[in-house]
Design a binder for this molecule. Structure first.
Ligand code: HEM
Length: 162
């Protein structure tokens, strides 16, 4: 683990150590998964490199969307600053780090929040394609990359509403 990345200054006032217990549970739509997926290992948040790395991943995802996915871009506002920020805050908690999204906006209710957008199997696959490309751009290697893939795929499918 690269400690320098964890000491990156953050805009929010939450201490970086908040919510970092290794057994902080990963959730799907706010529901804890049955087991701590990473057991006694460091959380994916720590393995990834902490706050700075999570923010970079969220930004890379929307960079990929804007560069290569007219399908997803059509659903998004022209300016994605707020979308990027919300995604970063969500990922922080989802990866086992500080639950920034919940602290600011409460329960994510992700599926409900995605209802205004028609999401089918194609859109979910397209979302995963962009996410995989972002993971590659951030040079996240295995086993973390495969772990993220295996956990994000069902979450993307969970958003299918048409
Ligand atoms: C399955 C395909 C998906 C599509 C097509 C999709 C599309 C969208 C769209 C159009 C928005 C609204 C953006 C805005 O108005 O600024 C949004 C918001 C969001 N998405 Fe997704 N999304 C998908 C999957 C996911 C997944 C798997 C996650 C979590 C890992 C996720 C996390 C979020 C979050 C946190 C927000 C912000 C919610 C809020 O408004 O508070 N999305 N998504």
């Amino acid at each position: 683990m690269d400690d320098r990345r964890l000491s990156h200054p953050t805009e929010h006032r939450i201490r970086l150590t908040d919510g970092l217990a290794p057994n902080h549970q990963m959730t799907i739509d706010g529901q804890p998964t049955a087991t701590h997926p990473w057991g006694d290992e460091a959380s994916p948040y720590i393995q990834l490199g902490g706050d700075h790395a999570v923010n970079a991943l969220a930004n890379s995802f929307y960079d990929v969307v804007e560069e290569s996915s007219p399908t997803l871009q059509a659903m998004l506002p022209k300016n994605t600053v707020n979308t990027r920020r919300k995604f970063y805050m969500y990922l922080s908690g989802w990866l086992g780090g500080p639950p920034l999204y919940e602290m600011k906006w409460g329960h994510p209710q992700l599926r409900r929040r995605h209802m205004p957008f028609p999401i089918g199997a194609e859109e979910a696959a397209e979302w995963m394609r962009c996410m995989r490309e972002a993971i590659a751009r951030e040079e996240i290697g295995d086993p973390l990359a495969s772990f993220l893939d295996s956990r994000l795929s069902p979450l993307a499918d969970h958003m299918i509403n048409k």
